[in-house]
Design a protein around this ligand. Sequence first.
Ligand SMILES: N[C@@H](CCC(=O)N[C@@H](CS)C(=O)NCC(=O)O)C(=O)O
Length: 223
Amino acid sequence: MDTRLTLFSYFRSSASYRVRIALAWKGLDYTYHPVHLLEDGGQHRKESYLRYNPMAELPTLLVERQGAPDIAIAQSVAILEYLEECYPNPTLLPQSPEERARVRQLVQIVNSSIQPIQNLKVMQQLQAQFGVQREDTLAWSKYWIDRGFEGLERLLSQTAGAFAFGEHVTLADVVLVPQVYNAYRFGVEMSKFPTIARVAEAAKALEAFQAAAPEVQPDTPQS
Ligand SMILES: N[C@@H](CCC(=O)N[C@@H](CS)C(=O)NCC(=O)O)C(=O)O
């Protein structure tokens, strides 16, 4: 069955970055549909996008299959799992259920315990509702990444080999690299987290991670 994939993405969105890595890792062709998080009051809040993702978040993967209804999948981890199920080679999960659970644990630390608290809408609401200055919202995001990385560093010191979980690239690296990108953006002192920094650098050097990087997307500003 012919399948067409379209990714609604923003170059600097870390959740979109995760999906771009997985698509590149699996060698999948897709159409890049940029959605600007700041222009026009946030293009992700427009009705034309909400029909794909009512939560007004990026990314969304639109899957168009011949002879089957189109589906729009949101939530990057749901998309990653979908890609892993449909395109298992090359895989991004280890073999055993126990190892898979450990990888998913690492994924959820970033996805559920770190990224949501430093998200754009949280920072915007701190400003709008409580009059927090923009610099202080940046400090807020930095604080929560820093605190999350303290736990993650301890865990990775047990799980990491060349990559976040052992010697192979897994979904843990797919979510970690974009979170480290955010950490640098918000000024987190990465020397405090040597294992995180080391495995993120190792993954970032790989072709699929480079193709997915915020610096080289179709909507990356040219200046
Ligand atoms: N758990 C969601 C998080 C998605 C998310 O927070 N996306 C950000 C960009 S990284 C977003 O669209 N933010 C819009 C906003 O904060 O208004 C996922 O993994 O897809």
